[in-house]
Ligand binder design. Structure first.
Ligand code: HEM
Length: 177
């Protein structure tokens, strides 16, 4: 299927089922996609820290200069050491708690945007951090969720997670400017 932010979006005004009317026009996901996302995310939620550790390891592999920005992690010189680090686990937990809050409330767009702004603001205090760096997390996120969910990561869920992470990261960039 063509990959587009509005793929399957029914924000035009179709009711999709009981209790599902239209999604907020700011949100590029249809009510059905939101329903599927929340259900599927439960598999990630059970392994939030593992997902976060995988994301950070993959971020540092993709862009090694980002590791230096994490003060308690910068000295760890191998992926094995990173995976065993309590500090990395702690950071993964904080990052994933934010993402979990955003996903659980994704259809309350005011709430989700407010949370996104708060996360963006937290990053302003980190020396050398630039808003564009948020975009580096797209592929690490998708790879990690795919690994954690295994056969629950279907093609349909891939489409939904791609739309979701683009939405979150692009709004983090906007909010951090
Ligand atoms: C999905 C995207 C991301 C989310 C939800 C997220 C979330 C968070 C949260 C909740 C914290 C803790 C803030 C605090 O303790 O005050 C944090 C810290 C931090 N984040 Fe992110 N983050 C994301 C992406 C990134 C990316 C791509 C970078 C790239 C460099 C980054 C760099 C940092 C740094 C350097 C810290 C401080 C770590 C330290 O205490 O040494 N974050 N992040």
């Amino acid at each position: 299927m063509a990959e587009g932010v509005n793929a399957n979006n029914c924000a035009g005004g179709h009711a999709l089922g009981p209790n599902q009317t239209v999604s907020d026009p700011r949100l590029p996901l249809s009510p059905m996609q939101i329903f599927k996302l929340k259900k599927n995310w439960k598999g990630v939620k059970r392994r939030l820290e593992d997902t976060g550790v995988e994301m950070l390891v993959r971020l540092f592999r993709l862009e090694p200069s980002t590791q230096v920005q994490f003060k308690n992690i910068r000295h760890l010189e191998s992926e094995d050491k990173l995976r065993m680090s309590e500090e990395l686990e702690k950071h993964a937990g904080k990052m994933m708690a934010s993402l979990d809050d955003i996903v659980n409330n994704i259809d309350d767009v005011d709430y989700a945007m407010d949370k996104i702004s708060k996360v963006a603001q937290q990053h302003e205090q980190f020396q050398g951090f630039t808003a564009q760096q948020f975009l580096l997390m797209e592929q690490p996120f998708l790879d990690s969720v795919r690994i954690i969910l295994d056969d629950r990561y279907t093609e349909n869920m891939d489409t939904i997670y791609r739309i979701l992470i683009k939405f979150i990261l692009s709004n983090l960039v906007k909010a951090a400017r």
